[in-house]
Write a protein that binds this ligand. Structure first.
Ligand SMILES: *Cc1c(COP(=O)(O)O)cnc(C)c1O
Length: 393
């Protein structure tokens, strides 16, 4: 089931070679760890503190728990090492959720009179954000991710927001091309890197100003914590993001931050397993008589494949497809035994849902988003094919 050749794992693009020479698995297990201290654990435990001892003049780094916390610092260092290995001056700021991270970039950088370009097929909360931005006098333009359609609405924009691959449609755009066009017009570029994870895609290496993601999904991978982060290389821009976190207080708890850091150590193992299984599942679904609109960016005949293989190292753990009707899709979900009915994605246990049940996404009634977990791939593929067959009756 190891299809590393199809993922290009044996021949990583230049951007993915570690300057220090260490392999990704090696870097992942050590990411963000402090120098070893005798009698201390490798990853120091969570620091629970609303305030820190602070006699005299109030100097940093640790003064008050909404501003900074040593458990965040280690996690931020770890994520930064994965998003932009070997790059000096890169900063990461962690948040209570992906939406907190997204909002921090948008609301700290946009003012009344600015224009922003969002994807029209992005994460389902983006239309809510767009409504709020408009209420503040910001012009919001949208265009689909596929076909680099955002290029057509860039003139005069202050910020371009990219989500590639997009959730749930799994379209991919040419990030470098969009960044070049946006920068030529003086616009900043942020990329939502949730679906790819930093092991699948490095937006800063592709020229973006910010890589933003929900750590709730595959980054932490166990479906038990909410987290978000922003990584960027411009000190002033990142200072605004950090100030925004202080203003709104959208901070992760120390326990969540510590759990996230602990979970990062297995990121490499999880993504390799889950993404290879996602490809295997996509291949098994291809040609099934009732399945239409099958999407997986790692599938060689997928519309996203060409550009995805150029800018991504791994293609994610989400497969999407459409069954003929809503009832047909519901029967299929009920018949699954190894795939939990749940929203979200990226966890070690496979999940699936009929996306149309939420409203909002422009998807057919029978559209299924399936997140592939870390089960044995043969078991998972067999369960999905069996459920398809049993629910056909
Ligand atoms: C889930 C998700 C978010 C929001 O993250 P939360 O952690 O749920 O706030 C943003 N972008 C994408 C692509 C997502 O999948």
């Amino acid at each position: 089931m190891n299809d590393s050749a199809a993922h290009g794992l044996d021949d990583p693009p230049e951007d993915f070679r570690s300057p220090a020479g260490a392999g990704e698995g090696t870097r992942v297990v050590r990411a963000g760890l402090p120098e070893p201290v005798k009698h201390e654990p490798a990853l120091p435990g969570p620091v629970f503190a609303a305030h820190f001892h602070l006699p005299g003049d109030p100097t940093g780094p640790y003064t008050y728990g909404r501003d900074e916390n040593p458990t965040w610092t280690l996690l931020e260092r770890a994520i930064g090492e994965l998003e932009a290995p070997g790059q000096d001056g890169v900063e990461t700021v962690v948040f209570a959720s992906g939406m907190a991270a997204i909002s921090s970039v948008l609301f700290s950088h946009l003012r009344a009179g600015d224009a922003v370009v969002l994807p029209s097929d992005g994460y389902q909360a983006l239309p809510l954000v767009a409504g709020q931005l408009r209420a503040y006098g910001i012009e919001v333009r949208t265009a689909p991710t596929g076909g680099d359609a955002q290029l057509d609405v860039l003139d005069g924009a202050r910020l371009l927001w990219i989500e590639s691959p997009s959730n749930p449609g799994l379209d991919v755009c040419d990030i470098r091309r969009l960044v070049t066009a946006a920068h030529a017009r003086g616009a900043l570029v942020a990329v939502d890197n949730t679906l790819a994870t930093p092991l699948g895609q490095r937006p800063l290496a592709l020229g973006a100003d910010f890589s933003v993601a929900s750590g709730t999904k595959q980054l932490t991978g166990h479906g038990d914590i909410l987290l978000g982060y922003v990584t960027g290389r411009d000190g002033e821009a990142m200072a605004s993001v950090r100030r925004w976190r202080k203003i709104v207080g959208a901070i992760p708890g120390p326990m969540e931050a510590w759990l996230a850091h602990r979970s990062l150590a297995t990121l490499h193992l999880r993504v390799d397993r889950q993404n290879a299984s996602a490809l295997a599942l996509a291949q098994a679904l291809r040609g099934h008589p009732e399945v239409t609109g099958l999407r997986y960016p790692g599938l060689p005949d997928d519309p996203s494949y060409t550009i995805a293989s150029q800018q991504m190292r791994r293609h994610g753990c989400v497969v999407s497809f459409t069954l003929p009707t809503r009832a047909r899709a519901e029967r299929f979900l009920d018949a699954l035994e190894l795939v939990d009915s749940a929203t979200s994605f990226g966890g070690v246990r496979s999940t699936a849902e009929r996306r149309g049940r939420w409203g909002g996404d422009a998807v057919p009634e029978g559209f299924i988003r399936l997140s592939v977990g870390a089960e044995d791939p043969e078991d998972l593929v067999a369960d999905v094919l069996r459920a398809l067959e049993e629910s056909a009756r």
